[in-house]
Ligand binder design. Structure first.
Ligand SMILES: Cc1ncc(COP(=O)(O)O)c(C=O)c1O
Length: 382
């Protein structure tokens, strides 16, 4: 008896090599500046923390999969203010335990091989969770590459008609992790048209829509016909609430009905005190603007140092990431290893998908002060 082969294949997840190199560097006395993983370390706003504490006495029993009406109302209000879309809080929104679990399990809810819908399209390089979820659901995964010459947008016209007819889900993630590229609404319009034509769902992972530095990025919910569009968003990055686990799915009523039927078995309804804190978070934009300012400062510090070093920054219009071309002659893993010798941890692009080779990803999670110290080290490499 073995563990699942999908799980066994994951044991070789390449980040363990960087983790080991990081431990070696730390043991050798090198100070570590960890730009490796995208877990924000900014404090959660006191208003949100207080709302959590205030809600504790009200909590009793299992939370319901449909979520509190007050939270669905707050999310609908935010979607209306932010994207100008009218989403019905009663039928078109389901609160989730962060967005990762919902992204992971989505293939289980809609993939239907018996009906010929056995395929999930994922972009690469990318966040690994949609692919892993699809594999655990027994789906066929097809990679859609993101190349710089196409602005790190997928070439949807290059996907063959047979694959499109077998597709149950097309995953997009903009602003994108790891390239930090932003998609125009036209990409969502194109993808939503294909989804309607070939009877699949466009699943749009919008975890980073609020971490922008120029124009606020669009949502796939803004397309003219959103009958085949499902959006996943989260408070994790917007409100530095990774530890709270609070997000939502918004989409057509029949998909939300399916989620409400599926989710009680998995037990992924967010705790009600977290839902009350989330109401406060979705209703406030000031803390989000402050968080953006902090990321903007970190970004400028790093961009200045990389520029002096002569390293080219690609994509990188939004999110907490910088996607940086590695100097000629080195692989992304070698570049990451070299930076680690100086205590700077980054993610090698190749670990995030084959099209990520040639780049490394900096997650702007250390404090502004630590970014400044890391920038000084980077300048010293020139
Ligand atoms: C692209 C992307 N989507 C979704 C998530 C999930 O975030 P959470 O589960 O905290 O909402 C992450 C987290 O890093 C991410 O990078």
């Amino acid at each position: 008896m073995n563990v699942s082969p999908i799980l066994a294949a994951q044991a070789t997840y390449p980040f363990v090599r960087i983790e080991q190199a990081k431990r070696n560097a730390a043991a050798a006395g090198v100070e570590i500046f960890d730009f490796g993983q995208g877990d924000p370390r900014e404090p959660t706003d006191p208003l949100i923390r207080q709302a959590l504490v205030d809600a504790l006495p009200q909590t009793r029993g299992y939370p319901k999969a449909e979520g509190l009406p007050e939270l669905r109302q707050a999310i609908a209000g935010w979607l209306e203010r932010r994207f100008g879309v009218a989403i019905d809080p009663a039928t078109e929104i389901v609160p989730t335990l962060g967005s990762k679990e919902a992204i992971f399990s989505f293939a289980q809810v809609v993939v239907d091989p018996a009906e010929g819908k056995d395929t999930v399209l994922v972009t690469e390089p990318g966040y690994p969770v949609p692919e892993r979820g699809a594999l655990f659901a027994g789906a066929r995964v097809v990679h859609v590459p993101l190349h710089e010459e196409n602005g790190f947008l997928p070439d949807l016209d290059a996907i063959d008609p047979d694959t499109l007819s077998r597709t149950a889900i097309l995953w997009l993630n903009y602003p994108n992790n790891p390239t930090a590229a932003v998609a125009p609404l036209a990409l969502y319009e194109h993808a939503a048209r294909l989804a309607a034509e070939h009877d699949f769902l466009l699943a749009s992972d919008e975890a980073y829509t609020e971490l922008w530095f120029h124009e606020p990025p669009p949502s796939a919910l803004q397309v003219a016909d959103r009958s085949n569009v499902v959006v996943f968003n989260t408070l994790s990055k917007r409100s530095s609430m990774t530890g709270y686990r609070s997000g939502f799915v918004a989409g057509p009523g029949w998909v939300m009905d399916a989620l409400r039927a599926y989710r009680p078995t998995v037990g992924t309804a967010p705790q009600e005190f977290v839902q009350w804190a989330s109401v406060v978070a979705w209703n406030d934009e000031e803390h989000v603007a402050r968080a953006r300012d902090v990321y903007r400062r970190k970004r400028e510090v790093l961009l200045g140092a990389l520029d002096e070093l002569g390293w080219r920054v690609a994509g990188s219009e939004a999110t907490m990431y910088l996607w940086v071309e590695v100097p000629a002659g080195a692989s992304s893993e070698e570049c990451a290893e070299r930076l680690l010798e100086h205590g700077i941890v980054v993610a090698p692009g190749a670990y995030l998908g084959p099209s990520g080779e040639g780049y490394v990803r900096f997650a702007l999670v250390p404090t502004v002060e630590d970014c400044e110290r890391a920038a000084a080290i980077l300048r010293g490499l020139a």
